[in-house]
Design a protein. Structure first.
Ligand SMILES: Nc1ncnc2c1ncn2[C@@H]1O[C@H](COP(=O)(O)OP(=O)(O)OP(=O)(O)O)[C@@H](O)[C@H]1O
Ligand SMILES: [Mg+2]
Length: 272
């Protein structure tokens, strides 16, 4: 974690967040229960946890797509000219009828950024994600990984203070996933936003993050957290070769494994 990010009150503050969905049994489904989490300004935090433990629910609440049943969430908004947050989902759609450039430009137009500034900013981000040559292509002319890069550029171009990412690389094959991780690391290095990143992939969590948080089986609470001690910049495969990487992954997996087993047992009980 960078020194500057340790300063000031948390950028994201979740206190005792509880979310109950009505339906699914007499009392409804308790997705989150008294979950607390602080994320510092400029910190990159990943969340891992069993399927159904409430990770997406937490992100959707942070993105104001869902309400909280009880508890409190505060996002510190420092620059009113910037959007406070943006969510990038696994299947974040690009508009098929717009060119790559128009897709990336979309948020800037909505925010009424001046045309010459739009051109400069879009060029900058197209170059960062390696899509300059495809600026005038349509999404159907791109591979899945390239489309995902368009989504990433579109997210970063909006310059939100907080990035909420829900398994953004889950649909990619391994080589493309690693490329995307490295691209995200390099974009993030030049523009240290506060990131909350959800993944099922422990190695991905370690490679990207300053801190990895493990959630319990549903109802989701924080179970354990691990500081990632590796410096930056990071090269994904070099990092994975280090013995300390394997040791950290094993420790995190130790915490996660119990919760995955518990989630599975709960599912079996419910289906009987
Ligand atoms: N809109 C909704 N209405 C009712 N129940 C919901 C709704 N959204 C989520 N849930 C329930 O809340 C729980 C948590 O769901 P959530 O999608 O947050 O899990 P998750 O941790 O993101 O899982 P995954 O890793 O599989 O994506 C699940 O039991 C789910 O069925
Ligand atoms: Mg989810």
């Amino acid at each position: 974690m960078s020194e500057s990010s340790a300063q000031g009150p948390p950028k994201i503050r979740v206190e005792n967040a509880t979310k109950v969905f009505s339906g699914g049994g007499a009392d409804g489904v308790v997705a989150l229960e008294a979950l607390s989490l602080h994320v510092r300004d400029g910190e990159f935090v990943s969340i891992v946890g069993p399927s159904g433990c409430g990770k997406s629910t937490l992100l959707r609440i942070l993105g104001k797509l869902e309400s909280l049943t009880s508890g409190r969430i505060t996002l510190r908004h420092d620059d009113e000219r910037k959007p406070i947050d943006t969510i990038l989902f696994q299947d974040s759609a690009v508009f098929p009828w717009m060119t790559v450039r128009a897709n990336v430009e979309y948020g800037l137009r909505r925010r009424k950024v001046r045309a010459e500034d739009r051109l400069r900013i879009v060029d900058e981000f197209l170059a960062k994600v390696g899509l300059m040559r495809f600026a005038d292509s349509y999404p159907y002319q791109l591979s899945g990984g390239m489309k995902q890069r368009v989504s990433i550029a579109r997210t970063f171009v909006n310059d939100p203070e907080i990035l909420l990412m829900d398994e953004p690389f889950a649909a990619l094959d391994e080589p493309n996933r690693v490329l995307q991780q490295e691209e995200l690391l390099s974009i993030w290095a030049s523009d240290r936003k506060t990131v909350l990143f959800i993944t099922h992939n422990l190695e991905e969590a370690i490679v990207l993050s300053d801190r990895v948080v493990v959630m319990t089986a549903r109802p989701g609470r924080m179970k354990a957290e691990f500081d990632v001690p590796f410096g930056r910049p990071r090269a994904v495969y070099e990092l994975k070769r280090q013995p300390r990487f394997g040791e950290l992954a094993a420790k995190i997996w130790g915490e996660l494994h119990d919760e995955v087993m518990r989630a599975r047992a709960d599912e079996e009980k419910a289906s009987r």
